[in-house]
Design a protein around this ligand. Sequence first.
Ligand SMILES: [Zn+2]
Length: 131
Amino acid sequence: MFCKKCGKEIPDGSAVCPECGENLNTYVKVEEPVNPGRTLGVTSLILGAAALATQVLGNTSILTFPAAIAGIICALIAMSKSKAADMKCSSAKIGIILSIVSAVIDVVTLIASILLIIFVVVLRPIMSDIF
Ligand SMILES: [Zn+2]
């Protein structure tokens, strides 16, 4: 037989290659099934968690909303890929929840800001007319 590493001819049934010292018994590779959506699922989890954490810390910025939307998109792609491969995608499920919560907070904050601006711009002159 021949060594799998160096290719030299060695006695049949050798446990270790006498030429290069390669252990020839550890060549049983266990192939782990690859989940095609795993990377995207983890990405969505990170994006959603980062966006939400930023908001919790009081730094709702122009970046949290795109991050949350990207998190939702990543999670959806991850879920469809995992479903096609018949695999679980728990990271994508958590990721999509965090991303949606973050996006909702952004939208609510935006609406509140707009209402506040409307209130200040429109209602204050009216109020000052009355009083
Ligand atoms: Zn060898």
